[in-house]
Design a protein around this ligand. Sequence first.
Ligand code: AMP
Length: 437
Amino acid sequence: MRPSAVKGTYDILPDDQPRWRALLRTTARVLGRAGVDEITTPVFEHREVFDKSVGESADLVVQKEMYTFEDRGGRWLTLRPEFTAGVLRAFIEHGMHTWPTPVKLWSAGPAFRAENVQRGRFRQFHQVNCELVGSASALLDAEAIALLVDTFTALGLPGVHVKVGSVGDPEDRERYNAYLREALVPQQQALSEASRERLRLNPLRILDSKDAGDQALLAPLARPLDMLAHAAREHFDAVTDTLSAWGVPFELDASIVRGLDYYRRTAFEVHHAGIGAQSALGGGGRYDGLVANLGGPDVPGIGWAFGIERVLDALEGEGVALPARERALAYLVALDQEAVAEVAQLARSLRAEHRVEHGYVARNPGKGLRDADRSGARVAVLRGSREREAGAVVVKDLRTGEQLVVALDDLAEHLRVVASEAPTADGIPTTGGGVAR
Ligand code: AMP
């Protein structure tokens, strides 16, 4: 990935694409086996979808981060800052509450936030998102967390830390917010500006502050998990008991909070130490009440998202073998003008089986072989007047230097043998490697 022209965006270059695709393939496999189907929703939604989902006391930070604009028809639209609201909008619109429950949906694509740009924090980035809708059972919470962890495991990523906590039910949250207000209002001059704002709107989110002064003020205070009422506590214990029974590694995090207001009960994050200050690979939580808020039936649900860029960053840092760009099996060189059309036609037929490239102008053998080498191809196939007379081509193995005259009729079979023999130029077999498997 290379920074693009607009700040906070980047281009995903050809060399990046295979690992990107492999990550999505692995994700689709892990989630698919758990009955999670893919859904694609639009990149923009009516702004109300996000306004309703973030809630009245939504952090101003969240509001300010949204790219909202008026289209030519005077409609207000927002580029999705996250997937949940749009996926649930689709859930409601297509009557998915009548489907067998739970309804399990995953998506992948770009999301947009007007953030301060830094490592791991972009303005257009990409997420894999997963929603499990229609059950309030603690089993669903455990399944959601396990699926996020299973995806990272299947990608071969070591060193992930799973943190699980609970923000409780709305009453727990209110009680905790009141407690924080009581404790912090008398000392609010000592809080950072952002946390003073949060004290007014949504005190819980002060726990998220990275400011050392804020954290010092919070240190002696109780955490949301310490103040849960019976029902939320019981639910939380059932989730953690299930995760333990399944052997999913996690740590309790008493002060976990999520950026958006709609979370209830279970909240979780997965971190990786190797990707800088923005160490969260992904996170999620339960959002009972959100579907009703968006105008649908009152069905509970839970979801998560992870950032594709951060996960690829972590995989690279851990030295996990990632698939490289496919190179041509053969590069066809035209040694005279007549051969230019011949190699183009030959390439077309060989492409039924392999990646095959060719030159578009006549070359002398030296330059032609250099072109073939630069393409990264395994073999160069040369065609000129001598080969034409013999009804053949010359095939040169670009790694061993070995050179053979091969009859045109035998070329397809010859290339089949070459393809089955050795790994590609990058040392990764064409059939797999790293996260591709
Ligand atoms: P969130 O919806 O904020 O919980 O984000 C879920 C995941 O998306 C995070 O853990 C990150 O991996 C990724 N993510 C969120 N915001 C950004 C961003 N601005 N740039 C890159 N990745 C992000």
